[in-house]
Design a protein around this ligand. Structure first.
Ligand code: GRF
Length: 206
């Protein structure tokens, strides 16, 4: 699919978004980020959107801590549709995705998680890995479904846990791997979408 468009949702500093924006800024690539939405008003990811001249928007999340209020999720869907996105990329988005978004983009929401799923779902996965004493950690790109970090795995990168690691050191090592894995997986996903669409068009034509 040439020129596939994706929206990015994030709550934090946005280093994964930076990796994506840098990777996709050359015009010849298969897809590009067209909007950044955040549930955190002063999130670094919104400053980065400005830096890359991509429209960024804060959407007030409502009263809950781990999910969006239904009207906030509807608002996200509205902005994503208005930006004509083909799929959605979560980059450090700290709320569980519910029905409105899942229904609006079925099979079209990706996430990156800082562990080798299915191990260590949930928060601070790198700390969970360190505390469990494993010798290898890593990151996973997966499809988003109604569970927490349960969707189909698209790809993983392994990194070693080294003697003397702190949670911060291990997370930093995992993030280096994330910044290589996520753009590669997003590009493959966009190419896969193009394939499906061409097959459907051919079926309709014949
Ligand atoms: C990353 O470690 C990612 O795996 C997790 O949240 C963190 C986001 O970091 N989902 P950043 O905002 O992209 O730097």
């Amino acid at each position: 699919m040439s020129g596939a468009r994706f929206g990015v949702l994030g709550s934090g500093k946005g280093s994964n978004f930076r990796a994506l924006a840098e990777s996709f800024k050359e015009g010849t690539l298969s897809c590009k980020p067209v909007i950044v939405l955040s549930d955190v008003e002063n999130a670094g990811i919104l400053d980065l959107a400005t830096e890359f001249s991509i429209p960024g928007r804060f959407v007030s999340p409502g009263p809950f801590r781990t999910k969006l209020a239904p009207e906030a999720e509807e608002e996200l869907v509205h902005h994503l549709r208005e930006a004509k996105v083909d799929f959605v990329v979560l980059a450090g988005f700290m709320r569980v995705i519910k029905e409105s978004l899942l229904k609006a983009f079925p099979g079209r929401i990706l996430n990156i998680h800082p562990s080798l799923l299915p191990d260590f779902r949930g928060l601070e996965a790198w700390r969970q890995a360190l505390e469990a004493g494993v010798s290898e950690a890593g990151c996973t790109v997966h499809m988003v479904d109604a569970g927490v970090d349960t969707g189909k795995v698209l790809g993983q990168t392994r990194v070693p846990v080294l003697p003397g690691d702190t949670a911060e050191l291990l997370h930093a090592r995992i993030q280096v791997a994330e910044h290589e894995l996520y753009p590669r997986m997003v590009r493959e996903f966009a190419q896969g979408l193009g394939l499906i669409e061409r097959v459907v068009k051919n079926l309709i034509r014949n």
